[in-house]
Write a protein that binds this ligand. Sequence first.
Ligand SMILES: O=C(O)C1=C[C@@H](OP(=O)(O)O)[C@@H](O)[C@H](O)C1
Ligand SMILES: C=C(OP(=O)(O)O)C(=O)O
Length: 451
Amino acid sequence: MNNSPQPIEFTINSGGYLSGSARVPGDKSISHRAIMLGALAEGQTPVTGFLAGEDCLATIAAFRAMGVHIDGPDEQGRVVVDGVGLRGLRSPNAPLDLGNSGTSMRLMAGLLAGQGFDVTLHGDASLSRRPMRRVTQPLALMGAHIETAEEGRPPLQIKSTQQLQGMDYALPMASAQVKSCLLLAGLYAKGRTCIAEPAPTRDHTERMLQGFGYPVQVDGARICIEGGGALKATPIDVPADISSAAFFLVGASIAEGSELVLEHVGINPTRTGIIDILKLMGADIELRDRREVGGEPVADLVVRAAPLTGIAIPEALVPLAIDEFPAVFIAAACARGRTVLTGAEELRVKESDRIQVMADGLQALGIDAQPTADGMIIEGGQLQGGDIQSHGDHRIAMSFAMAALRASGPIRIHDCANVNTSFPGFVSLARTAGLEISQTPSSADTAEKRA
Ligand SMILES: O=C(O)C1=C[C@@H](OP(=O)(O)O)[C@@H](O)[C@H](O)C1
Ligand SMILES: C=C(OP(=O)(O)O)C(=O)O
């Protein structure tokens, strides 16, 4: 985990294009869930394609600290989880450090709320600023006892509770993390837990529970689970993360002469908002060889450069592309005309305030980008070179790296160490695809200093 990140900077020369083929690392959401459900299952869960990024490694470390034997990940992303069953976790000796990962903290809050032992969850400076009442309040309705720091921020002190109660709950915001948190608590609850979503969000938890043989009833926007069952171990094949592919979809779309194949990308319909948004802007993206892998749809994506036009982004697509907006904003800056995003206030409570930080960065590169309470208005134009503050947010750093393809001068991006939370190997993969990117200190220096 990245407790004292090195001050890593990216420098990207302007111009160029992307070509060849690439497989980006495994899906972060699915990798977290594979460890969590594998740990609670009966039997051994073999995982392939696991994302060895710091967020998912933090989830592995947390379950090891609760007595779960986990082998890996090895170089090929293979992990084997020896499940301990729903009642087999042990009280950890120390607070669990979840690093930068909101997903780990919110899902684990639900999973641990009914365990019958005390446990504390904490994380880095960014995670310590993120709102947790969205999970602690509904969990309290189920009978959980969780104390937070001021204003509902982490750390979370979860007190021993033997038996939660099922409930009916309407989510106040479209959040897969809150939905998943409550479904995982529902495994430990008496009776049924039903969650109603205001809009569809990623459904990996529902799919994977079913893959582990645990019934989940999905009726439109209402998802129900009955407590007291059992999970049976099953192999998980993690597809490449569409959220990581997104940087390359944007990069290849904006850089003339690009043609890039992104292999084995997860195209679960609750995640493909980025493809829909880019296509509405005029992008040339083809889905080849669609197939299903372990309950999740997958395809190879072929993307070619195309002239983009600004659009009003349909609000229904917002939850389906929630992590991709930093990249979408770069596409909008390179498009002809105006792009307007509304209904995306959730972007303000991610690893950084992604509306403000992206607007600041775009303005630093000479683009007219006006932040609003719930989105942004961007006038496409000529990007200049310049300095970008990523505020330690991995997706901000990777998005501005792609902007260099269309900038008139080099771009230097500060505070990039957290790219390793979701995309280890980003710099070398981007370089292979054609981006003239370097990082300081170099990865070799960084590895030496950490050793
Ligand atoms: O459930 C998940 O794995 C995630 C849900 C989303 O968060 P919210 O539920 O807060 O929208 C997303 O931003 C995050 O990267 C991963
Ligand atoms: C918001 C993100 O992750 P998390 O909430 O897990 O920190 C992200 O990866 O963009």
